[in-house]
Design a protein around this ligand. Structure first.
Ligand code: IPM
Ligand code: MN
Length: 369
């Protein structure tokens, strides 16, 4: 019988609410597949800072080190609350980036997925959405501006300045390129490489290495597209894209735009994968404005569970079942107040009720052999 340890980092804001729903799904998956998930909650983020004095406390690091996979909720506080925490202890700098660095989770998968049946969530016109949106954004996650050297100072003339370094070496580019080509091979064999080589030298090297790695994947057609143009096409013709690969900062921005064309970042789960460890998290923030109201949809968190089942535990069919279960709840007319307006024809339910319906839908599906 398989036995997996999963670290659960509830995080801040709506994190604990949506984590509770993800746990319901994990428990059902364990039960119906006759496997054991050891679910170990550990403090992380601003809440951890206030409880333990550090946003990524040592005890949490140990639990994560020993875990087979990590499921992480969103972190962060609103602007005013953030000021109560010293800059380097704020959860983004003090917890999230160290988590990515610790496990070298260089490949961030952000599916931008909306079946035709859910097209009403999108702000795009039906004729632009066509048969639905189905893009895999692959973002390099441990390099570039996020992790480059930083310097803040004052010149001899008394002018304040700041400097941040955008650095990549060919090893970093090659490994993410391989992930992108492998993903393209499993999908439509088209890879859009996003860059800014008309300005940035980093993109010139990036593109060169992409081309080199592409030699090993002759079946994949690679298309190079400037990041600003890609932003436009994501709105005008998302169907043009299948797999997109890009450096860290571009990926941060374009993946949020991905959430925008779906209608909400609440529909964006993600997987952050390294060679030895992976963690899974919603792509959105902790939404402090709606925390505690139980109106947040748990789709991104449960979707992250689906990605974990597939990518960490090889449970491909159960992963698909989880996706279908969530979509069937929407298809049955249910939604939550963060995604839908009252009077828009949906049956409004709260976070736990949505999670319960996903669990019920999943229970009805045959258990994979
Ligand atoms: C994301 C988030 C993070 C990032 C923040 C919270 C540091 O926006 O995962 O996209 O910029 O990577
Ligand atoms: Mn982001």
């Amino acid at each position: 019988m398989s036995h997996y340890k999963i670290a659960l980092l509830d995080g801040d804001g709506i994190g604990p609410e949506i984590m509770t729903e993800a746990v319901k799904v994990l428990n059902l998956i364990a039960e119906r597949n006759n496997i054991t998930f050891d679910l170990i909650h550990a403090p992380f983020g601003a809440s951890a800072y206030f409880e333990c004095g550090h946003p990524f406390p040592e005890q949490t690091q140990k639990i994560c080190d020993e875990a087979d996979a990590i499921l992480k909720g969103p972190i962060g506080l609103n602007h005013e609350e953030s000021k109560k925490i010293p800059v380097d202890m704020q959860p983004e700098r003090g917890a999230l980036l160290p988590l990515r660095r610790r496990y070298n989770t260089y490949a961030n998968f952000r599916p931008v997925f909306l079946p035709k049946s859910l097209a009403h969530f999108s702000p795009l016109k039906a004729e632009i959405i066509g048969d639905g949106i189905d893009i895999m954004i692959i973002r390099e996650l441990v390099g570039g501006l996020y992790f480059g050297e930083k310097e803040t100072g004052v010149t001899a003339e008394g002018v304040r300045y700041v400097k941040e370094v955008l650095e990549y070496d060919e090893i970093q580019i090659r490994r993410i390129a391989k992930v992108a080509f492998e993903t393209a091979m499993k999908r439509k064999k088209v890879l859009h490489n996003i860059h800014k080589s008309n300005v940035l030298k980093s993109s010139v090297l990036w593109n060169t290495v992409m081309e080199e790695v592409g030699q090993d994947y002759p079946e994949v057609r690679i298309e190079h597209i400037l990041v600003d143009a890609a932003a436009t096409y994501l709105c005008l013709n998302p169907g043009r894209f299948d797999v997109m690969v890009m450096e860290n900062m571009f990926g941060d921005i374009l993946s949020d735009q991905g959430g925008g064309i779906l209608g909400s970042l609440g529909l964006m789960p993600s997987a952050c994968v390294g060679d030895n460890k992976a963690y899974y998290e919603p792509s959105h923030g902790s939404a402090p404005d709606i925390a505690g109201k139980f109106i947040a949809n748990p789709y991104s968190m449960i979707g992250s569970v689906a990605m974990m089942l597939e990518m960490s535990f090889g449970m491909d069919q159960e992963a698909k079942n989880v996706w279908h279960a969530m979509q069937s709840v929407f298809a049955d007319g249910y939604s939550t107040a963060d995604l839908s307006k009252p009077g828009s024809g949906v049956i409004m339910i709260n976070t736990p009720a949505f999670g319960d319906r996903v669990v019920e839908a999943l229970r009805q599906m045959p258990v994979p052999a």
